[in-house]
Design a protein around this ligand. Sequence first.
Ligand code: GRF
Length: 199
Amino acid sequence: MTLRVAVLASGNGSNLEALIERSQKPASRFRIEIVLCNIENAFALTRAHRANIPAMCIPHQKFASRKQFEESLLAALKPHNIQLVVLAGFMRILSPLFINAYPNAIINVHPSLLPAFPGAHAVRNALVSDAKKTGCTVHFVDKGVDTGPIIAQQEIPIFDDDIEETLQQRIAQAEHVLLPNVVERLANQAHGETKSPTF
Ligand code: GRF
């Protein structure tokens, strides 16, 4: 049995790539059935095509309302019988319409140690704060912004000479381990295994 996963992305898709790589390992128990992207020309779409994963661009600005945009996302997911939706750099807030369609089955990766530094500028906000550490978080998505139950976190030190790019890069490296580990753990749980993952 394999967990049927959808990945929603908006940009570079480096987290998508990490998930693709993990899913291709023989021992992996999840499979990426579809990638949805709301930005035309996003590199995430290229990564999906390269891996022969069905991918669709659903540009949010072409819809008159958030409701219509989300209905279109849901319609694209439906035929794939998705069991887990992974937001991997998906830069749209999802309303209860979408969230209620996948109860306890939507996760997000965020570049801070939530609840610290929620929102779109988490890395910059950590850097300009007095914080000596930040990190990344994988959490279930609820109706708030970056507020859902935390599944796993990885701490990253902030160095005196860090600039946004260097800190972002170190956080990204940690995300590329943490997120696939969480998806694999959820896949194992879904199949009734109690064995702990490696984090
Ligand atoms: C990641 O840092 C993630 O935490 C945030 O958006 C970024 C996406 O990067 N939500 P990528 O598109 O996966 O490269």
